[in-house]
Design a binder for this molecule. Structure first.
Ligand code: PXP
Length: 236
């Protein structure tokens, strides 16, 4: 069974545009869950450009599926994660000036093994968002990660068919390595209603985290319909 994590950051992006109270990501999470989301994913960024601490706290109390917190590997956010206890944390790189996460995390960070152990000891599953590279996957395993989320941003941005095929091969090889190491195989970033199909067909990725395309479509179809359509594609 392939699961769908719905990233609701951009509901909060819209709210923050007016610094008001609507649209509320808490409401979005409930609609996503009622229409097939297996998980709600949010990114509490250092600059708080979309999701706020209030959202994280309320979502922890209200969501009925699972909460996946994307986070930078900083002491501030690790302390927050350990107190709120999402079901999963996904460790991501974070640069202040970027529009969105631009690539996988380089796991060669001092103290990474201890930080992962610290989060796991708090009862939180630890996933790492990395490029589909053999070196990074081996390192993720060595560091004790429970899951690997393969960065699909490059795949999503490619236009030439030959390059798309080569990247799918690279992602497939990476997924096999992750699975062989006993870690959960997750993928995300830049996925939409078209490019998801080939990755579902690989039949090895067990969870997709998708945000921008679902929230974009929801403007025209409503969030319930947008989630339902993606759920159908993911579980085909
Ligand atoms: N997975 C990770 C680790 C991410 O950082 C993001 C973006 O927040 C996503 C998935 C969702 O990406 P998109 O919004 O492009 O679907």
């Amino acid at each position: 069974m392939i699961e769908l994590g719905v990233n609701i950051d951009h509901v909060a992006t819209l709210r923050q545009a007016r610094l008001g109270i609507e649209p509320d990501p808490i409401y979005a999470a409930a609609i996503a869950e009622a229409n097939g989301a297996d998980q709600i994913t949010i990114h509490l960024r250092e600059d708080r450009r979309h999701i706020q601490l209030r959202d994280l706290k309320l979502l922890r109390e209200t969501i009925q599926t699972r909460l996946n917190l994307e986070m930078a590997v900083t002491d501030e956010i690790i302390t927050i994660a350990k107190s709120i206890k999402p079901d999963t944390v996904t460790l991501v790189p974070e640069k202040r000036e970027e529009l969105t996460t631009e690539g996988g995390l380089n796991l060669n960070i001092e103290g990474m093994k201890e930080k992962i152990a610290d989060l796991k000891n708090s009862g939180i599953e630890v996933s790492v968002f990395i490029e589909p590279s053999t070196e990074m996957i081996k390192l993720a395993d060595k560091l004790g990660a429970d899951a690997v989320e393969i960065h699909t941003g490059l795949y999503a941005n490619l236009k030439k068919q030959a390059e798309i095929e080569a990247e799918i091969k690279r992602i497939h090889k990476a997924c096999k390595l992750v699975k062989a190491a006993g870690m959960r195989v997750v993928a995300g970033h830049g996925l939409n209603y078209k490019n998801i199909v080939r990755l579902v067909e690989l039949n090895i990725i067990t969870e997709f985290n998708i945000g921008h395309s679902i929230i974009s479509r929801s403007i025209f179809t409503g969030l319930a319909e947008a989630v339902r359509e993606m759920k159908i594609l993911v579980t085909k």
